[in-house]
Design a protein around this ligand. Structure first.
Ligand code: PLP
Length: 443
């Protein structure tokens, strides 16, 4: 009986969605998203009783998993307190969230500007580096995603930008390191690092160093391939910036808050950006929140003159209260360290081992709980698996009870940071079976 009710709800939600919801980044005609009914920890389920072990973290943001009681309680309490406070006032959750976030960074990065997500945060980071330096150019990497609004789209270095062009003037793209698909014909991580840095030096010189306000990078590239930079690369970028008075922006929207086994992924390499952009994992996305952490020197630009930017919902009570709870839970439960260990001891070794047994796996790479398995038809040419075969692989994963994120020819295995060792192993085993099923059908 309950199943019948579930079926009715599922049908109705699908019908209304198809008729009335205009969906992000999708061809609207063909979509039929699965209506979700609930979740707990690293699991979510639909109205028909199908349960999935989560390897997508929704959009790589539910770092504390689903329905964490401390987070939902924080939302309830904030709603019962004062549910809306404008930026011109302040309130406890905003002040506490800013203090906690600033506390995760070195001294000197003490100010937080809150937004409602990652793209707005990048828009403001852009405005801040331009305002502080008085320069207008910004360099950003190909194979990057920085968000869906005008400035962030211009920064983005992949085809999703094309639909938003012509974009904002002054943004110039360069190639970052990616050994598996090297633009520099490199054979080793060291070669890739050195050649990528040399390329960046040339790009800076060619654009005019005194015209460049900032360089923006995803510390670990997320959607465009889970690309972990070779050791020393970020330090090299920092050096180039320092040489020319260019500000370094670390986009930590996806890589931050435990995802890469650090509070912020760049911390693994010991570098200090001038601005850090965050969103997603800051409060596991339970209420929309993002922001920019900026150095005191940059913030001081607007000590005497007003900052020309703002949002009605900057520092929203519900969002900030959830961030306070999320950061406290992560610190008290050792979630960041847990994510680092699960990656190093379970997910990474498990996926790499699976890669040795499946002919279609060209590369396995990642860190913390951010991994990609790249599928190719030929290990030498690295020709990507076609879209229909990747679709089949995703369906096979779902049939095996896991829900990864499929991007292009890659399976991104990006579970919540709180996934247990046992669940991580279950996920690897499920992907193993899914790969075998697709291979059986295609060989
Ligand atoms: N920056 C990075 C690295 C991201 O991965 C994303 C989203 O996936 C964004 C920015 C944009 O964030 P939002 O979707 O919250 O605007």
């Amino acid at each position: 009986m309950s199943n019948h009710t579930g079926q009715d709800r599922d049908d109705r939600i699908r019908r209304l969605t198809r008729r009335h919801v205009f969906t992000s980044w999708a061809a609207q005609g063909g979509i039929d998203p699965v209506p979700l009914a609930g979740g707990e920890g690293a699991w979510f389920w639909d109205h028909l009783g199908h349960r999935y072990l989560d390897f997508c973290s929704q959009l790589v943001n539910t770092n504390l998993g689903y329905q964490h009681p401390r987070l939902t309680q924080a939302i309830h309490e904030a709603a019962d307190g004062l549910a809306m406070v404008a930026p011109a006032f302040t309130h406890e959750a905003r002040a506490e969230a800013a203090a906690r976030i600033a506390g995760l960074t070195p001294d000197g990065l003490d100010k937080v500007f809150f937004t409602t997500g990652g793209t707005e945060a990048n828009e403001h980071a852009l405005r801040m580096v331009r305002g502080h330096t008085g320069r207008h150019k910004v360099l950003s990497a190909y194979r990057s995603y920085h968000g869906g609004t005008a400035g962030s789209m211009a920064l983005t270095g992949e085809p999703r930008r094309w639909g938003a062009e012509p974009g904002m003037p002054g943004v110039v793209h360069f190639w970052g390191p990616h050994l598996y698909r090297s633009e520099f014909h490199a054979q080793t991580p060291e070669q890739e690092r050195e050649r990528a840095l040399e390329h960046l030096r040339h790009a800076v010189a060619a654009e005019g160093p005194t015209l460049i306000a900032g360089i923006i990078l995803e510390s670990v590239v997320g959607t465009n391939g889970v690309i972990v930079p070779p050791d020393g690369y970020l330090a090299g970028v920092r050096e180039i910036c320092d040489e020319h008075g260019i500000l370094l922006i670390a986009d930590e929207v996806m890589a931050g808050f435990g995802r890469c086994g650090e509070w912020f992924a760049h911390q693994r390499w010991g570098i200090e950006p001038d601005l850090i952009v965050f969103a997603k994992g800051v409060n596991s996305g339970y209420v929309p929140l993002g922001g920019v952490i900026l150095s005191n020197a940059i913030a001081a630009t607007w000590d005497e003159v007003p900052y020309t930017g703002g949002l009605t919902y900057s520092g929203h009570p519900l969002a900030c209260a959830t961030a306070v709870a999320a950061i406290d839970v992560m610190a008290q439960d050792g979630v960041v360290e847990h994510a680092r260990r699960v990656g190093a001891e379970v997910l990474g070794p498990g996926l790499r081992e699976l890669g040795t047994r499946h002919a279609g796996v060209g590369d396995v790479r990642g860190i913390g709980v951010m991994w990609a398995v790249e599928m190719v038809t030929d290990l030498q040419t690295k020709q990507p698996w076609p879209a229909d075969r990747m679709k089949e692989l995703h369906a096979a994963c779902r049939a095996e009870g896991i829900w990864p994120l499929v991007v292009g020819n890659r399976v991104h295995m990006v579970p919540p940071c709180v996934i247990t060792d046992d669940e991580a192993q279950q996920g690897v085993a499920a992907l193993d079976r899914a790969l075998a099923a697709v291979e059986d059908r295609t060989t």
